[in-house]
Design a binder for this molecule. Structure first.
Ligand code: C5P
Length: 221
């Protein structure tokens, strides 16, 4: 049976940084599920559709082909044949993702894809509902959190490094709004699975967090 590690938590907690490093160290495949929600969001934005219109988003999902490929060990996301890995990182795409991810058709489509990916290979999968809904039988579950201030600062640094114009207060407001949407939606809201270990990484280094998770993996392998 494949070994599955689920990492969930609010926006900007550092899930992808930790998951990527952990996957590399353990020889597991890293699956970034947020990227998949962002891809649907990008499609909605491209179509000029109203993200608040569930029927329109559901319709947009029907003619949408998302494929995940690994090139030089890095996850690449393709939308209808086009590599959109970089384009989905924009702040407006993240906000739209948080909106459309509340719809049943969107969640069903992506949950199936994610479960398939974790069936036959060892994965570190990060997102919002991995430990609770996508991989409820994952051998290791982590709920990664950090203070909102710290998360906003990290996201600010990330956007700046990519040369994007950004405003610290606006980023913090976006993060809080996204958390609130993700935690309060009806289907698969963000919450800690009862059997997940909670790690507050506000004052921890990346390596410290990775080593906490590696210990959990070693205990269960
Ligand atoms: O993690 P990331 O910021 O890329 O996720 C973008 C959005 O996608 C989240 O705010 C959330 O609404 C949605 N998402 C989700 N379930 C997941 C992963 C992401 O609903 N497993």
């Amino acid at each position: 049976m494949a070994f599955n590690v689920a990492i969930d938590g609010p926006a900007g907690a550092g899930k992808s940084t930790i998951a990527k490093k952990l996957a590399k160290q353990m020889g597991f495949v890293y699956v970034d599920t947020g990227a998949m929600y962002r891809t649907i969001a990008l499609r909605v934005l491209e179509l000029g559709a109203d993200g608040r219109d569930e029927a329109a988003v559901t319709e947009a999902c029907k003619e949408l082909d998302i494929s995940i490929r690994y090139e030089k060990g890095e996850q690449q996301v393709y939308l209808n044949g086009e590599n959109v890995t970089d384009r989905i990182r924009a702040e407006e795409v993240g906000m739209m993702a948080s909106l459309v991810s509340s719809y049943a058709a969107v969640r069903e489509k992506l949950t199936q894809l994610q479960q398939k990916m974790a069936e036959k290979q060892d994965v570190v999968m990060d997102g919002r509902d991995i430990g609770t809904a996508v991989l409820p039988r994952a051998q290791v579950k982590v709920y990664l959190t950090a203070d909102a201030e710290v998360r906003a600062m990290r996201r600010y640094a990330e956007l700046q490094a990519r040369g994007e114009m950004c405003d610290m207060e606006a980023i913090k407001a976006d993060i809080l709004r996204r958390d609130s949407q993700d935690m309060n939606r009806a289907i698969s809201p963000l919450k800690k699975a009862p059997d997940a270990i909670e790690v507050d990484c506000s004052h921890m280094t990346i390596d410290e967090v990775v080593s906490v998770v590696v210990k959990q993996i070693m205990l269960r392998r």
